[in-house]
Design a protein. Structure first.
Length: 408
């Protein structure tokens, strides 16, 4: 299936083929609709902006027999909302997430990310994956278990490469270790930089990333108080640490200025290798640099100035990346909020969804991730607008999913 973005023609691996590999949990007798067809229907409907299980069923009814046939259905009538509910309740969520992760990995390989970067002027950007959690608020209010999900997002493309459920929001560390293990299993970690907030700044997280063939950039706050104080001293009071002139001179900086409406935002990143010998692999594996970012926001209308300073550690050595590359990776960590969580909440109204039975909330979130990611791969920057376009041209949806367009 050939599609295109504004810069390069891409062959996107067939999602239909991946979904066809998921074994049907139902007994053969009495099956009316193939499992892959129902899952493909859900993805197609979500790409058209249909949010709920009942809306997915309505998509099948609204578009009719011809489109159902192309999706893989063998009957003239679309599955009902109750059928879709039973399917989502019974499907093996670990199998579904695993297959979607395999598809994502194949998409990244097919995209040849570096080739696209060269054509979009972003060849200097590191291949980074952002790690962050999100609570399904509506489902949690209804008492759903596993209503907190931890996701890993490819920063530049906006594609979820892995997702796992967190049984308890206080146990995100163990969930992160499972997610990293899955990234290694599916081949999505090697050669990539993992960015994460201070919650994940833990020795075992850093070790898992490095042993999996990746690098880390982890924010440091007061949960690692001694480390934060040492990093602060490197940049603000190096004499306290007894640093040599050579170590103090090793600091490299990068300045970035952007404007957003009435705001002027300046970021200055400083990077140093001064602590690498102090913190061995038994504390922070393969520590390459410590980082400081000073952020200054100026309101052009009032003249008010607000400043904040943040710190981080990374396994990336000075020889492997410039301060400019590290600044972009750190700043764009929050693409996981803008490109994923915000879209799921606003465009797909996820936080008001009250589905609560079994793993249905996670199934719905996994399919939303896939729909959003596929739209971004196809070049969409405004997901709501893209949904409206695909709703008006369903043949584009089926082509994107890899369905055979054999119209009679």
């Amino acid at each position: 299936m050939n599609t295109s973005t504004s810069t390069i023609e891409i062959k996107v691996p067939s999602l239909v083929e991946i979904l066809s590999d998921i074994p049907d949990f139902r007994k053969a007798r009495g099956i009316r609709h193939p499992l892959p067809a129902i899952l493909t229907l859900a993805c197609a409907a979500m790409m058209c902006g249909y949010r709920s299980q009942s809306a997915i069923a309505q998509w099948g009814s609204n578009y009719g027999e011809q489109w159902l046939h192309l999706l893989g259905f063998t009957r003239c009538k679309a599955p009902s909302q109750s059928t879709i509910h039973r399917i989502f309740d019974g499907v093996d969520i670990n199998m579904l997430e695993g297959k979607l992760a395999q598809w994502t990995c194949s998409v990244l390989q097919a995209l040849d990310v570096q080739a696209i970067a060269l054509q979009t002027g972003q060849s200097e950007q590191l291949e980074a994956i952002a790690l962050d959690g999100k609570t399904l608020r509506g489902s949690r209010k209804q008492g759903a278990s596993d209503a907190h999900l931890l996701s890993a997002l490819h920063q530049r493309i906006g594609l979820v490469v892995e997702q796992v459920a967190v049984a308890d929001t206080t146990n995100e560390i163990n969930a992160a270790l499972l997610l990293l293990a899955n990234l290694v299993l599916h081949g999505s970690l090697k050669g990539r930089l993992v960015t994460a907030d201070a919650m994940f700044t833990q020795h075992k997280i850093a070790k898992a990333i490095v042993e999996g063939g990746g690098d880390y950039l982890l924010v440091v706050k007061d949960n690692q108080e001694l480390l934060r104080q040492d990093i602060e001293a490197v940049f603000e009071a190096p004499a306290q640490l007894g640093l040599t002139r050579q170590e103090m001179a090793s600091v490299r900086t990068q300045r970035d200025v952007t404007m957003h409406g009435n705001r002027i935002e300046e970021r200055v990143l400083s990077a140093s290798t001064a602590l690498c010998n102090c913190y061995g692999d038994d504390m922070w594996p393969c520590l390459g640099q410590v980082l400081q970012v000073k952020r200054t926001v100026t309101n052009k209308r009032t003249g008010r100035i607000r400043t904040e300073t943040s710190y981080a550690i990374t396994s990336v050595s000075p020889q492997s990346a410039t301060p400019a590359q590290l600044l972009v990776a750190w700043k764009e960590h929050w693409h996981i909020e803008n490109k994923l969580h915000w879209v799921r909440d606003v465009t797909f109204d996820e936080d008001r969804s009250t589905v609560r039975k079994g793993r249905i909330p996670q199934v719905m979130a996994a399919l939303r991730n896939t729909a959003i990611g596929l739209l971004r791969v196809l070049g969409a920057t405004n997901i709501a607008g893209a949904c409206r376009r695909f709703a008006a041209q369903p043949h584009l949806v089926l082509a994107a999913l890899g369905c055979p367009l054999d119209f009679e």
